[in-house]
Design a protein around this ligand. Sequence first.
Ligand SMILES: C[S@@+](CC[C@H](N)C(=O)[O-])C[C@H]1O[C@@H](n2cnc3c(N)ncnc32)[C@H](O)[C@@H]1O
Length: 244
Amino acid sequence: MSVNELLKDSNEDEDDTVCLGESFFINNNYELATFTFGSHVLQLLCLQSASTDFDLTGQLVWPGARLLNEYISNNAELLQGCSAIELGSGVGVTGILCSRFCREVVLTDHNDEVLKILKKNIELHESSENPNSSAALSAEKLEWGNSDQLNHILQKHPEGFDLVLGADIYILQNSVPPLFDTVKQLLLQGKERCRFILAYVSRSKMMDVMVTKEAIGHGLQIREVEGTRSVISNLEGVIYDITL
Ligand SMILES: C[S@@+](CC[C@H](N)C(=O)[O-])C[C@H]1O[C@@H](n2cnc3c(N)ncnc32)[C@H](O)[C@@H]1O
């Protein structure tokens, strides 16, 4: 690839700094990986590492997804027959596991590149599952705080959802307030006793405080699920149960 091609989509700021376009960072060499959660085995396409530039973090499976999936596989009765929406699904390991228990699962992400692999993984899963024993799965674009995108999803699901799910979705501080805007709207439009189950992995004290503060600031109740605090990939994780 020539230098000119690399710089094709670049922007120049006032002091002539040139940024590389998104295409420079994209790695599509996905490999099939096997994940086991309790008695559940999933095979998905993903990477082993990804660029944080252009937020390609969703191309791989994060510790929070492992934590949430262990919790789900040990508490499958909580999901039985539910409709669920997942925020920041990445390659879809959590939403796809949920489809073993739920009636319907909508997996969402804001990144177009991530949405491509998410859709491929949904197809892969659907082709390997018994259609009579698996939930309806779909992927939708959803940027937290984007009401148009959320309304588009809610128009397709006017009855709302029983569960909102999120795994390891706090990376940038400025995405926390819009995330809770979206969560609150989903809880308000959700079914009775709709809850947000969040697998939170701690990476900084500041973020730990901010998550709880934002939840409370949005008028939500945040409760640590007993027995879920654990060490995962050298980090401390916990499951939060967040309700109106
Ligand atoms: C760290 S990854 C976690 C992916 C997956 N849940 C897991 O645990 O493996 C964060 C995910 O959230 C998505 N994300 C980040 N900011 C977002 C935003 N503002 N709106 C929607 N999705 C976002 C990213 O594209 C990415 O897929």
